[in-house]
Design a protein around this ligand. Sequence first.
Ligand code: PEP
Ligand code: MN
Length: 337
Amino acid sequence: MILKLKPGLSIDEINQLMDLFHLMNLRTVLQQTEVSTTVTITNKLAANAHPELFTALPAVLEVIDSEPQFKLASHISKNSKTTITLPHHVIGAGELTVIAGSCSVESSDQIFATAKYVSAAGAQILRGGAFKPRTSPYDFQGLGETGLQYLQAAAQEYKMASVSEVMDTRDVELCAKYVDILQVGARNMQNFNLLKEVGLCQKPIVLKRGLCATYHEFLLAAEYILHAGNPNVILCERGVRTYETYTRNMLDVAAVPILQQLSHLPVIVDPSHATGRRELILPMARAAVAAGADGLMIETHEFPDRAVSDAMQTIDPIAFSEVMQAVNKIHRALNDN
Ligand code: PEP
Ligand code: MN
């Protein structure tokens, strides 16, 4: 159940109401924006409580008791877009966010070289996996903590934020120590313990769409993180598994407007994992931005053929800079500036 509160309530009035809900054994989440304040009641008991009970409260403007299951992620509980403030960049506030870097952090020199050219081309966030979810146990599994240290140092040197995947609840604290944003990968989108754990941490989360996840399942995965107390979730469309084998996955461009219509969370697109093919990164990045994506995540390496993971989808510095120019042009045209 979602309660829209009357505009202009004082902090004391809101606190009194929250105290009352607490006494009523209701679990609540308060979401305040410049234009609205809502209280979402998240425990089952309340779902059966009568809406009239809440309508009668003087501070309550409207009671919505037929909200989607992803209450906190939905526009109904928060009608303005979530923005995520990093030291040098704000995600979801209008500027196109570009996360770029190699699939894996391979060495200090490699990630510094990558940070240098991606930041020069305009990317704000450096990516690099230190804990890698590989299909085969014989493939490179990542440098672990050392990789996180290299990533952090390179990002700091070039005034970028950093993102890296966390695969295990036991590593959340360790990853959060080194990076600005944690990533939950496609294979872990329904690892509910991991979602709850990253929900308790203070860092924003890039949540990637599961290999076969519906929008509903994707948004409920985000809901786990929001419900645990972390409001800063970025949804990442990275393609879904279909019968087609030419591409690694099938990029679902419609996910961008659909998720933006259903949710206030920023939506980014990863054309690298979505296609698995270098030559498709430019057109698919253009399509994502034209569809209104808040940002992109792109795999790039100084020497793509030497990349230890995902070489086939990794683009070189020149191709990366061409992508940046193309997407910035489209973004400017869409935003009339
Ligand atoms: C990644 O971004 O490094 C990755 C493994 O992506 P996904 O979880 O989307 O496959
Ligand atoms: Mn990869």
